[in-house]
Design a protein around this ligand. Structure first.
Ligand code: ATP
Length: 237
């Protein structure tokens, strides 16, 4: 699939007039209302908002994990509305996901957990995949923990493995849903600082949902969801 390079296409995410409904008639209810959002390459955006306001629904739509019903979502200039399953799979390869629970596989070491996300990329040899996985684990300061199984890592270390796994294939977009929720405040802050640093190096945009007020300052922009509507898209830097 041909994806436009950053210089030709300003936005990694471009959403126009997006509506989303759960369930079928007569129970059908609207969850997202006329969402418009543009995210530039390398931009770090935090999304806040009350429980049930639609943040996760929007994140999963952007991530190609649900199909849009009305309106347009373009990721790397590819339209998701009406896209085939194959196309969605292709687009998902350019997105890194980080969730509240790290979702590491317990029977694989830290390095193997990172490396499996490169197995989707057939052009990368096993040797190269191993090298890249080791390099990114060093970048997240886990050079001495590569061969540890998740059970023997702390919560912060596991979340750093999850960050390494999300970034190893150099995606242009990271979607993070409450990545610091299970961590103490210092570890949480270190984790998002690290995400920010690596993302800026790779020109990777981050869209992060968080309720953690202590990390809001790492964002270039904070957007707020309320009752299925984006009500505030302040630029702070
Ligand atoms: N699978 C589903 N079927 C029907 N309704 C759903 C489904 N998933 C979510 N909803 C509803 O959609 C609305 C938005 O939910 P969503 O999970 O996106 O909110 P959120 O802002 O991420 O909340 P939280 O901060 O608690 O995770 C809620 O009213 C929720 O009940």
């Amino acid at each position: 699939m041909k994806l436009l390079q950053p210089m030709l296409n300003q936005y990694v995410v471009n959403i126009n007039n997006l509506n989303y409904y759960f369930d079928q008639q007569p129970l059908r209810h609207q969850t997202l209302f006329n969402i418009n959002l543009k995210i530039k390459y390398g931009e770090i955006i935090i999304m806040t908002g009350p429980s049930g306001s639609g943040k996760t629904t929007l994140l999963t739509l952007i991530g190609g994990l649900r199909s849009p019903q009305e309106g347009s979502i373009k990721i790397l200039n590819q339209e998701l509305n009406g896209a085939s399953n194959d196309k969605l799979v292709q687009i998902r390869r350019h997105i890194g996901y980080i969730f509240q629970a790290h979702n590491l596989l317990e029977f694989l070491t830290a390095r193997q957990n990172v490396q499996i996300s490169l197995e989707l990329h057939k052009e990368i040899s096993e040797r190269e995949a191993r090298y890249k996985s080791q390099a990114i684990l060093k970048a997240v300061k886990l050079g001495d923990r590569m061969n540890y199984y998740p059970h023997y890592l702390s919560g912060g270390q596991k979340q750093r493995v999850a960050i390494a796994r999300a970034l190893v294939s150099h995606p242009k977009l990271i979607l993070a849903d409450e990545p610091t929720a299970a961590l103490d405040s210092k570890t949480g802050r270190d984790i998002v600082e690290l995400m920010r640093q690596l993302a800026k190096q790779q020109e990777c945009a981050i869209l992060m949902v968080t309720h953690d007020n202590r990390i809001l300052d790492i964002a270039d922009r904070i957007i707020q969801m309320e009752d299925g509507r984006l009500i505030n898209t302040n630029t702070i830097n």
